[in-house]
Design a protein around this ligand. Structure first.
Ligand code: NAP
Length: 245
């Protein structure tokens, strides 16, 4: 197993209460990692709270709305208590939103605003604020990995039809954020990647989607494990294949 995914690291997952986020938490715990599951309403996160009971001391559930500056800062202040002197080895910026509708002529301010704030601004500013708590790479030890859940729908090069404009614009902006974060964090040996999970059966993907959350997350964790020490600022699908920006 590559350094980046050695068991017993501290991993933070956003939007961890359902869908892919919840599945990341399950699979990371099963590998023996320590997990901080961040979600908007911990009191209502039944599945996470059940998991926390099953993994005493290894799963902490903390509040986070990625669109709210104070919420991001409160997480920064809470985390040292959980990390107990350690740093984060893996940050999974998973929280995302897919605004409905979006025919040309009917795109709204509100949908663009929600998508940009949740899909692009949130993960960028959360990574910036948590940067002091990310593990540095030192010698043979790889630094932290920041994995941003993107979508092929955010690929500018791949767009050939007018579809889901608010989501597409939000994910394209997130992709630029990933590249800039990769450059900012490279001197510390911290790698930042944009990952497309496929079309996954979650509330967002719907029941017709072709991939289960379990298979998507297992594949994405393999991609993260397999990242080379200098692989950063890349946009990959769940098989590790590059997606054109
Ligand atoms: P999902 O089932 O709709 O879950 C979205 C998660 O994000 C929920 O936990 C939700 O929390 C959280 N979230 C939304 N806004 C938030 C905010 N402001 N602050 C904190 N958390 C927030 O979606 P999913 O399918 O698991 O998708 C996970 C990621 O994969 C997203 O970034 C998505 O764009 C990406 N993705 C998914 C697919 C797919 O086919 N499913 C394809 C490509 C990319 P609440 O429960 O509080 O709303």
């Amino acid at each position: 197993m590559a350094d980046s995914m050695e068991a017993d690291r501290h991993c933070l997952v956003t939007g961890a209460n359902r869908g892919l986020g919840l599945e990341f938490v399950r699979q990371l715990l099963a590998r023996g990692e320590r997990v901080i599951a961040a979600c908007r309403h911990p009191g209502r996160a039944t599945a996470l709270n059940t998991l926390a009971g099953e993994h005493p001391g290894r799963l902490h559930v903390l509040p986070l709305d990625v669109t709210v500056a104070r919420s991001r800062e409160e997480l920064l202040h809470e985390l040292p208590l959980v990390l107990d002197g350690a740093r984060l080895g893996l940050l999974i910026n998973n929280a995302g939103v897919l605004p409905g509708g979006g025919r040309f002529g009917q795109v709204t301010d509100a949908d663009l605003d929600t998508s940009l704030r949740t899909n692009a601004i949130g993960p960028f500013l959360l990574t910036q604020v948590l940067a002091p708590l990310l593990a540095d790479g030192e010698g043979a030890h790889a630094g932290a990995v920041v994995a941003n859940l993107s979508s092929e729908i955010g690929s500018i090069a791949g767009r050939q039809e007018f579809r889901t404009p608010s989501y597409a614009i939000g994910k394209a902006a997130q992709n630029m954020g990933s590249v800039l974060l990769a450059q900012a964090l490279a001197p510390r040996g911290i790698r930042v990647v944009a990952l497309h999970p496929g079309w996954v059966r979650t509330d967002m993907g719907g029941p017709q989607a072709t991939v289960s959350a379990g298979d998507a997350v297992a594949a994405l964790l393999r991609v993260i494990e397999g990242l080379g020490p200098d692989t950063s600022g890349v946009f990959l699908d769940r098989h590790g294949q590059p997606i054109p920006w």
